[in-house]
Design a protein around this ligand. Structure first.
Ligand SMILES: [Zn+2]
Length: 124
């Protein structure tokens, strides 16, 4: 079976801009952001559906979602944040992932690179 893009990223076969990482989960910049600062949270081991994730990792994931929403407001000055996670036939890439999409009242013209620098310079 052909490896999906997130497994390739996790195995170091494809590059990514990493915002956060622990032993189970990783937050990366989406290469094709729908809005500046679009991030993805992915598990390091391959699972597809939310129901395949163990409860402990799921709880940790929720904490990370909250942290990233905070970053969107405080670092990127977003006016709102959309969180999307698809399962089953709704999924385009069959590797579990959560979209964190900051939204702005006024157009934000920051590039991916500028946003990456901002997000990684503000580590607590
Ligand atoms: Zn995978």
């Amino acid at each position: 079976m052909e490896k999906d893009i997130f497994c390739k990223i996790n195995d170091g076969e494809m590059s990514s801009n990493i915002i956060y990482e622990d032993d189970k989960l990783k937050v990366i910049m989406d290469k094709f952001p729908v809005s500046p600062g679009h991030m993805l949270i992915i598990p390091k081991c391959h699972i597809t559906d939310a129901l395949d994730m163990d409860d402990e990792t799921f709880a940790r994931l929720n904490g990370i979602i909250k942290k990233m929403i905070k970053k969107c407001y405080e670092v990127l000055k977003a006016d709102g944040v959309e969180v999307v996670q698809n399962n089953g036939i709704c999924q385009e890439i069959k590797h579990y992932h959560v979209h964190i999409i900051p939204k702005y009242k006024e157009k934000n013209n920051l590039t991916n690179e500028e946003i990456y620098v901002k997000l990684t310079n503000n580590e607590e």
